[in-house]
Write a protein that binds this ligand. Structure first.
Ligand code: NAD
Ligand code: TYD
Length: 352
């Protein structure tokens, strides 16, 4: 691969995308990073304040479903690599509005694939389309097994069904049009800049505000948690070293029952906020379970570890401490997100 690249990162204003953009902008000054994001409720340019003036960074506000705007970006910036993260990402929202997920995750991904196929039509050599996906496409585990790259797809929610469809389209474009692609399926991420509709930041925010902590069902569902910066490092590793046409599972070897995780967060927050031990846990409230709630996700990440040498860099204990510290030090960020004030940042910054 050439040393100088024009890399389109979609969804770069979101949780994981902002970590990927920051990593690429700072680590690869020779690459130009084009962040294309529609700035939905989940897109927050405040996440990228520290790097937005970098000479190798460009922001484009556009929708991945826009069949005029997307090809124009490929042309204007001579895009030769794509890291596709833009998506509707919250399972609960997919239950109330499945079509929004079909639109962005399926229609949007295919629009992006079409633009890449057209732009790279004559020379596919050296190009790369990296599709970032989730372990949820494999469905729900009810025994001790782990998801492998070869595990058959069995999505159970509208979110995971839409991500599974997008994965199938990426592979179909690889097979049919010889589009050079790599794909990864990752477990649940946690860390800074996580929108507080997801479990960990929602609980941190509610503990800090002394609000009830809504645990779905009996809290017995299990998730494998990975620090978001380790996911960004895995994406970097796969983008630069992965083999075309291959899929890599990424995970933290770190399974937690929701209720145990919430208790751990309560204990950390009691300590940080100077509360009596056990005080925050009194806020735990069991609520109606999520419809069709997947019981357990767990990843076997042996392939990326063995073939590409990637491993999680920190333990969950360290990562969770860091995450809580970040939210406590950035309560303004949380307040902006929960009040909607972050949405005016784009206008103030970009004047449109
Ligand atoms: P997020 O919801 O925090 O961010 C999504 C970003 O995409 C936002 O910036 C949003 O504005 C943008 N976006 C949404 N619709 C768009 C559209 N139509 N056009 C352009 N931009 C649009 O999501 P996230 O948690 O950072 O997840 C990023 C990707 O990683 C997703 O593809 C998700 O499926 C995948 N993933 C997430 C996790 C996780 O734990 N969060 C785990 C594995 C994989
Ligand atoms: P979430 O962060 O939405 O990620 P995902 O559903 O994609 O794994 O939820 C993580 C787990 O936490 C999941 O089992 C649902 C549960 N959960 C709650 O118990 N309460 C909540 O308020 C939320 C948002 C999630």
């Amino acid at each position: 691969m050439s040393t100088q690249r024009n890399i389109l990162i979609t969804g770069g204003a979101g949780f994981i995308g902002s970590h990927v953009v920051r990593r690429f902008v700072t680590k690869y000054p020779q690459h130009r990073i084009i962040n294309l994001d529609a700035l939905t409720y989940a897109g927050n340019l405040e996440n990228l304040r520290d790097i937005e003036q970098a000479p190798n960074y460009v922001f484009v506000k556009a929708d991945i479903c826009d069949a005029e705007a997307v090809p124009k970006v490929f042309k204007d910036y001579a895009i030769d690599g794509v890291i596709h993260l833009a998506a509707e990402s919250h399972v609960d929202r997919s239950i109330t509005d499945p079509l929004a997920f079909v639109r962005t995750n399926v229609f949007g991904t295919v629009t992006l694939l079409n633009a890449a196929k057209e732009a790279w039509n004559t020379v596919m050599e050296g190009k790369r389309f990296y599709h970032v996906s989730t372990d949820e496409v494999y469905g729900s585990l009810h025994d001790e097994s782990l998801f492998l790259e070869t595990t058959p797809y069995d999505p159970q929610s509208p979110y995971s069904a839409s991500k599974a469809a997008s994965d199938h389209f990426v592979r179909a474009y690889g097979n049919t049009y010889k589009l050079p692609f790599v794909l990864s399926n990752c477990s649940n991420n946690y860390g800074s800049h996580h929108f507080p509709e997801k479990l960990i930041p929602l609980m941190i925010n509610n503990i800090r505000n002394n609000k009830p902590l809504p645990v779905y069902g009996k809290g017995e569902n299990v998730r494998d948690w990975l620090w978001v910066e380790d996911h960004a490092a895995a994406i970097d590793t796969i983008f630069h070293g992965g083999v075309n046409g291959e899929t890599y599972n990424i995970g933290g070897h770190n399974e937690w029952k929701n209720i145990d995780l919430v208790h751990l967060l309560c204990a950390i927050m009691d300590r940080k906020l100077g509360r009596t031990a056990g005080e925050s846990a009194k806020l735990i409230t069991y609520v109606t379970d999520r419809a069709g709630h997947d019981l357990r996700y767990a990843i076997d990440a042996t392939k990326i570890e063995r073939e590409l040498g990637w491993r999680p860099s920190i333990t969950f204990e360290v990562g969770l401490e860091r995450t809580v510290d970040w939210y406590l030090a950035n309560s303004e960020w949380l307040d902006h997100v929960t009040s909607g004030a972050y949405r005016s940042y784009y206008e103030a910054q970009y004047g449109r």
